[in-house]
Design a protein around this ligand. Structure first.
Ligand code: PLP
Length: 461
């Protein structure tokens, strides 16, 4: 148990015994208590630290891995981190293959830990030589003194969870756990921990979440292998059945969309202070659905917070990414609604006249902290200027500061009526057209920017 009251021999000794934390605000109104095992407390920031060290220890015991050896793995990132940490402590080299849909943060992290990372295409069939598992296996076969860790087909993976994650949950809940909800990637966590919990109490129900597009849930229900489809959450689901996933342990499957998963991950960060990724979103959506259905204050649902949200800053936690991937619905709101939600620090329409100088325009932008200004001649939009363009011109030639903006401005912004639906505005705005002027009762009265729209869609205000 982790009071951390004495020093450890190395970082590997700190893996496991992660805290079990109650979900409060996201579970409001649900009578069944829901707890989550916070795996981002592991030193590598994910549940996979548990299997990294276990797979290396097993290969050493079996004599397959010798000093100076190479560890190769196909990984969505986190297993790589677990292996790389153990390899750093034990002095092995690592080579990882990783599909290109995984976040850049993960590849950078693996390289920071000293590993070599080979990015493979996501959009290839599971048996294609460029598939990340096939490629990893081929690399290991071609290297002397190399092992392929093979988390998808390595019995040590579920066994590590049978020996650690399962017993920890049993102890931490004092044997009161009634439902364990966990989404499989390799299947190691749900299979190992689930089997252990069922052995302690056969009435414990094991529920697996699965992203829309993965073939696991369908296979679990019908034993038919369907065609997979792409999805955005990382680390869970699949288009091929791994042997680390023990279907006999799973009692029920709950399918969750990317959108629900991502929005739940964001809620967990804001409402619970629990910062995790999309696979955790799937887990928690499925756990709350289970808890709602069970509707019993004496039951106890446990799920898993798989890894740290820092791995997804450019994805799950990026408003642009959500928008580009259509994970936020354009609601039926109008331009007037967008304006009503602006925070009111600046007047609704900051603008310059064509005769104003570049210096005056830059002053205005700095005062109101805006990066672009419409140029208005009376009520007519005649042009637009951006801080970036004006600064570049002024740095090139200081006399530009005293020239009228009419000489340097770009084309005017489009004009929209304030009852225009936000969907139409979204089609109009782009990086090249960052804003539109808003007309109310025939007069231009406000400006609406790409960021106003983005912030509204992502629910920031
Ligand atoms: C982010 C993330 N969540 C969940 C999982 C699933 O865990 P398991 O492979 O034990 O099923 C993984 C596995 O790669 C993962 O990377």
């Amino acid at each position: 148990m982790p009071p951390h009251d004495r020093p450890y021999d190395d970082v590997l000794a700190t893996i496991g015994w992660t805290p079990l934390i109650r979900l409060n605000r996201v579970a409001q109104g649900i009578r069944t208590p829901v707890y989550a095992k916070a795996e981002f407390f592991n030193p590598g920031g994910s549940v996979k630290d548990r299997i990294g060290v276990a797979m290396i220890a097993a290969a050493e015991r079996e004599g397959r891995l010798k000093p100076g050896g190479v560890i190769v793995e196909a990984t969505s990132g986190n297993t790589g981190v677990g292996l790389a940490i153990a390899a750093a402590v034990k002095g092995y080299r690592c080579i990882f293959t990783m599909p290109d849909k995984m976040s850049q943060e993960k590849a950078r992290l693996l390289r920071a830990l000293g590993a070599e990372v080979i990015i493979t295409p996501t959009a290839v069939p599971p048996d294609h030589p460029d598939n990340y598992i096939m490629k990893g296996r081929a690399i290991a076969a071609a290297q002397p003194n190399a092992i392929f860790a093979d988390q998808h087909y390595n019995a040590v993976n579920p066994d590590a969870h049978y020996r650690t994650t399962g017993p920890e949950i049993w102890t931490q809940t004092e044997g009161r756990v009634t439902h364990f909800v966990c989404s499989p990637g390799t299947g190691g966590t749900v299979s190992g921990a689930g089997r252990y919990l069922k052995e302690q109490n056969p009435a414990v129900r094991i529920i697996a979440g699965d992203p829309v597009g993965s073939i696991y849930a369908e296979y679990g229900r019908t034993h038919q292998k369907a065609e997979g489809a792409p999805y955005k959450v990382e680390g869970i689901g699949g288009d091929k059945i791994p042997t680390s996933l023990h279907f006999d342990v799973v009692d029920e499957w709950i399918t969750v969309s990317d959108r629900d998963a991502v929005l739940m991950a964001r809620r967990l960060a804001r409402e619970e202070g629990l910062f995790s990724g999309g696979s955790t979103g799937v887990n928690v959506v499925a756990a709350l659905e289970t808890a709602r259905r069970v509707n019993d204050p004496d039951a106890l649902v446990v799920t898993v917070l798989c890894d740290t949200g820092e791995r997804y800053l450019s994805k799950v936690y990026s408003d642009e990414w959500l928008h580009e991937n259509q994970l936020v619905e354009v609601q039926h709101i109008t331009v007037a609604d967008l304006l009503a939600h602006k925070d009111g620090a600046a007047p609704p329409l900051v603008h310059v006249a064509p005769a104003a100088t570049v210096r005056q325009a830059l002053n205005l932008m700095s005062t109101y902290e805006v990066s672009q200004l419409p140029v208005l001649d009376g009520d007519n939009g005649v042009g637009a200027v951006s801080d970036q363009d004006l600064m570049a011109r002024a740095l090139e030639d200081a006399s530009a500061l005293d020239r009228p903006v009419s000489e340097l401005m770009g084309p005017p912004y489009p004009i929209v009526d304030d009852d225009t639906p936000a969907e139409r505005l979204a089609l109009l705005l782009s990086r090249e057209t960052p804003a539109a002027l808003v007309r109310h009762d025939g007069r231009v009265t406000a400006i609406v920017t790409r960021y106003d729209l983005l912030h509204q869609l992502a629910g920031i205000r």
